[in-house]
Design a protein around this ligand. Structure first.
Ligand SMILES: [Zn+2]
Length: 495
């Protein structure tokens, strides 16, 4: 459907007009084109490297305008708050400390902890993490209530994230309070937290099903009267789409002077896109959790979000975060909550940088930017070309032969490739299959008399060593490579 023909769908779900004209002067509308093409410098760096034809403007670059904060944002990492709401999560004190240190080493600006009123141990853990001396600021997420705030400010945190439900559903069925009560309570609690010299954020819950006028009224009040550091937009139920996020955040941007935080749930798979659009609309802070763990199926995943932002401003993201620490961080959290890293996880999924089809392999071997938007080396990861399938092309085999220093003609390599493809037509091949002579049974006699058969044996033997994590000789230098599910060819190592 053409977006311009469907303006009625651009509003928030409750039917409230998306952008009241009183809150959104016409001067804002459409002005983004004035600076399009500049993209806040985000077209440089890695994006530029990944565009061999070097067009004037990257098709994947973010919208460049004065609202956008794609090159100026902070991460509020909530693995130790939202993540603790994940069905499988139980973090003992030692685990919390290790996760907090790993998040700090990665470089997130804020670490958000569970409400200390949740339990006695939660309070103690909060105090312990506050005393670790981390570079990241420590926040705790509490109800917008004086009882919570009084306990939280005594734990040593740098700030409080206040939250209260504002949707009709939550006001009726959860806390049962009116907007007038919420406003008065918010101002009281905010004043108390500020009197302690701490940062304070005020957030609605279920923002996208809340009445827009109510939302803007209370955000304006806590900004202008309360003087909060941030207001928060929360898609608590994962209902929002990127266009709705952009509209709401841009409207809010015109109403408050403080920073804007966003908290996006992933029920319909929009969390990363929604977080990006929030930044493009003027938000300043994004909530994440490692692997996205949280209530139900969680929130914006740290790794996927950082990958998204890396494509927009590589230099900025690399200057802020130690990207090579992402995988150890995800492994730590995955182990703590007893889950596997999903196969399709951005960056660290086992096949995130694996190339299989022959035409892809050929292009990747010539120039990795042809089929990669992210350089795996940025994350300390390794690229692979799949080795043993019916889709394998002879360029992949040739690359591996050259890596191993073998001498084979193109004709011989093509013959080997044809035999591999023939075997792969029969069944799925793991490298161990190829290594077994009986898998060559059909061709064995023919191959045994040919030089390439011995070369192929050597290829298979060396490949098996590599895939078992043995130090391999690649491009004349030794390097440790990772196993890849039993099949694959390492290409360009850790370049
Ligand atoms: Zn949440």
């Amino acid at each position: 459907m053409c977006p311009t023909c469907d303006a009625s769908q651009q509003g928030v779900p409750n039917g409230t007009p998306a952008i009241p004209t009183s809150q959104n002067p016409p001067a804002i509308n459409g002005t983004s084109s004035a600076s399009n093409g500049l993209t806040n410098g985000s077209g440089s760096g890695h994006a530029q490297e990944h565009t061999p034809h070097n067009p004037r403007r990257q098709p994947f670059a973010s919208v460049g305008d004065y609202l956008s904060n794609v090159s100026n944002f902070s991460i509020i990492e909530s693995t130790l708050r939202e993540g603790e709401q994940f069905a499988n999560a139980f973090f003992d004190t030692d685990t919390k400390v290790r996760i907090a240190k790993a998040l700090d080493a990665f470089g997130v600006e804020y670490i958000e902890l569970t409400n200390p009123t949740s339990s006695e141990q939660s309070r103690k853990d909060c105090e312990i993490i506050c005393k670790l001396g981390l570079k990241a600021k420590i926040l705790t997420h509490v109800r917008c209530h004086m009882d919570d705030a009084k306990l939280a400010v005594e734990t040593g945190v740098d700030g409080l994230d206040l939250v209260i439900g504002t949707s009709p559903q939550l006001m009726q069925h959860s806390h049962g309070k009116t907007m007038d009560y919420i406003r008065e309570t918010a101002l009281e609690v905010i004043s108390f937290v500020k009197s302690k010299g701490l940062e304070v954020r005020f957030s609605s819950e279920d923002s996208f099903r809340s009445d827009l006028v109510d939302l803007l009224n209370i955000y304006s009040a806590v900004d202008r009267i309360g003087g909060v550091n941030r207001v928060g937009i929360a898609d608590t139920i994962g209902v929002a789409n990127p266009r709705q996020v952009y509209d709401l955040v841009r409207t809010l941007r015109g109403c408050v002077h403080c920073d804007i935080e966003t908290h996006m749930h992933n029920d319909t798979g929009c969390a990363i896109a929604n977080s990006l659009c929030a930044l493009e609309a003027g938000a300043t802070h994004v909530d994440t959790s490692v692997l996205g763990i949280g209530e139900r199926n969680g929130i914006t995943p740290l790794g996927g979000f950082v990958a998204r932002m890396l494509t927009l401003d590589r230099d900025y993201v690399r200057s802020k975060y130690d990207l090579a620490k992402l995988k150890p961080l995800e492994d730590l959290v995955a182990s703590a909550v007893e889950i596997n890293i999903p196969f399709n996880n951005p960056v660290t999924g086992f096949c995130a940088f694996t190339h299989k089809a022959g035409i892809h392999a050929k292009a990747i071997l010539a120039n990795p930017t042809t089929y990669e938007i992210i350089n795996p080396a940025d994350f300390g990861m390794t690229r692979y070309v799949h080795f043993a399938s019916r889709l394998t092309g002879w360029n992949a085999i040739k690359s591996r032969v050259e890596q191993l220093g073998l001498v084979m003609t193109d004709s011989q390599i093509k013959q080997c490739t044809a035999k591999i493809k023939a075997m792969a037509d029969v069944r799925h091949l793991a490298i161990e299959d190829i290594d077994k002579k009986h898998q060559f049974q059909v061709k064995e006699q023919e191959m045994a008399a040919e030089p390439e058969a011995r070369e192929l044996d050597h290829v298979v033997e060396e490949q098996t060593k590599v895939l078992n994590g043995v130090v391999g000789e690649v491009d004349g230098r030794e390097e440790k490579v990772e196993a890849l599910n039993g099949e694959g060819v390492v290409v360009n190592g850790t370049a």
